[in-house]
Design a protein. Structure first.
Length: 185
């Protein structure tokens, strides 16, 4: 059915053909996207090593709490990066905010980090919060029960990093550029 979990070992050209041209290039890589309602969403976890103020985004290092950073799960790019299971990078909120604040130079025109309101619109477009998880989750990879990926969104259970790695196969978290309060996003 063209979900990423089934085409992990194939080339970008094969994946392009599955999505019939619905591909956007970010950081030199092809990412498939889907239309849900009146919005376009990436259908693969982002794995973009963009530059922060002229230096590559720190990958696999802690940095300071306010430094844009990212990690491959267990710091293992070969298993969890583009050539592995396609979990993509686990970004901290500062990286998501930096990407949004610099979208005009880092992302193709019109693409940005989705706002809380855009996530709400997505949830409503797939039938509401009570069923959105099932409708947006990938058909494989979830320890707690796979979704049916009705819309091709392909939410993959990439876990998280918060001082240590956790919940691979169980959780997928998404950032917005919106700060919730001085200590949370």
């Amino acid at each position: 059915d063209g979900t990423w979990s089934e085409v992990e070992e194939y080339t970008d050209e094969y994946i392009d053909s599955l999505f019939a041209g619905n591909v956007v290039v970010i950081g030199g890589r092809n990412y498939p996207y889907v239309q849900i309602g009146n919005q376009l969403w990436l259908a693969e976890n982002l794995d973009y090593k963009f530059e922060v103020d002229g230096s590559q985004l720190p990958i696999g290092v802690s940095g300071t709490p306010s430094t844009p950073s990212a990690w491959y799960y267990n710091n293992d790019e070969s298993t969890y990066g583009v050539n592995g299971n396609k979990y993509g990078l686990l970004y901290n909120w500062y990286a998501a905010k930096y990407l949004e604040n610099n979208k005009s130079t880092l992302l193709p025109e019109g693409w940005h980090v989705p706002t809380t309101e855009e996530w709400d619109t997505l949830m409503n477009a797939v039938g509401g919060y009570s069923i959105a998880g099932t409708k947006l989750k990938s058909i494989t990879g979830w320890d707690s029960g796979n979704g049916d990926d009705s819309y091709g969104f392909n939410a993959f259970p990439s876990g998280y990093y918060y001082g240590s790695f956790g919940f691979l196969g169980v959780n997928s978290s998404f950032w917005t550029p919106t700060e919730y309060n001085s200590s949370s996003a």
